[in-house]
Design a protein. Structure first.
Length: 81
């Protein structure tokens, strides 16, 4: 599986959780329950879901192959000494 496919799969999974958490908060607002324990838990869930998704967006991009095939990091040329 390519890095793009991995990113799309992980992103989709995280966005589903973010959407569910946000919808739950909207439901609480509609039900006039925007305070108390349920609200605090929903807000924590939504914040955690958002942070997980943004962590994926801004994760450092690395090339795992240099360590596996002996190339110098960031190069396509000769092997590292």
């Amino acid at each position: 599986m390519s890095n793009t496919d991995d990113f799309r799969f992980q992103s989709h999974h995280l966005l589903l959780e973010l959407d569910a958490a946000t919808n739950h908060m909207m439901m609480l607002v509609s039900a006039r329950q925007a305070e108390g324990y349920s609200w605090d838990e929903a807000a924590r869930r939504q914040k955690a879901a958002y942070e997980a998704w943004t962590a994926l967006l801004y994760a450092p991009k690395t090339d795992p192959m240099p360590s596996l095939d002996g190339r110098a990091a960031g190069s396509y040329g000769p092997f590292a000494d």
